[in-house]
Design a protein. Sequence first.
Length: 205
Amino acid sequence: MKLESLVLGMVSTNCYLVKNTETGELLIIDPAAASERIVQKITAMGGTPAAILLTHGHFDHIGAASALKEKYMIPICALDKEEEVLLDAQKNLTIWNGNGYTLSADRFFHDGETLELAGFTIRVMNTPGHTIGSCCYYLADEAVLFSGDTLFHCSVGRTDFPTGSMSAMHHSIHEKLFVLPEETQVFPGHDAATTIHYEKQFNPY
């Protein structure tokens, strides 16, 4: 696996590009904004995009999704429970930009579903709290978790947005994420990478 990231958009969102070095296929996780920068990075990596994976539907994670879908003819994918957020400009917060819009996913995953994408085996985990359909993507073979805005370095995502819930966030982190192997590397939607071991020791939430 080759992993590259870009920090994009008005709130410094992490967009991840995950390339399978054996197949050359590549996954785009949370294309926040600036599609041209993402394209440049993909070209430099020499990967062939296979899918766009969204951890949730907020404006700062979906801004370049449509442009990349059209360029590479690949599906936009999200958890099924996040459809209501994607299709509501109030709930997806795009209204904050003054030009609210919605986004239709081409494929919806279910909680606990195991995917075979770009040569990777990926477990989809519904981790509500930030939004009702927030999810994390766990690649057990690589000991990697893409946590979106659920788990951050020494913090968690906000729960005061539409469909958010602090009690759900607490359950998601303790019952779903903190039971993963402690050596799991965590790549969040914002700020620095961390590990499950570190967060179990130092995360105040």
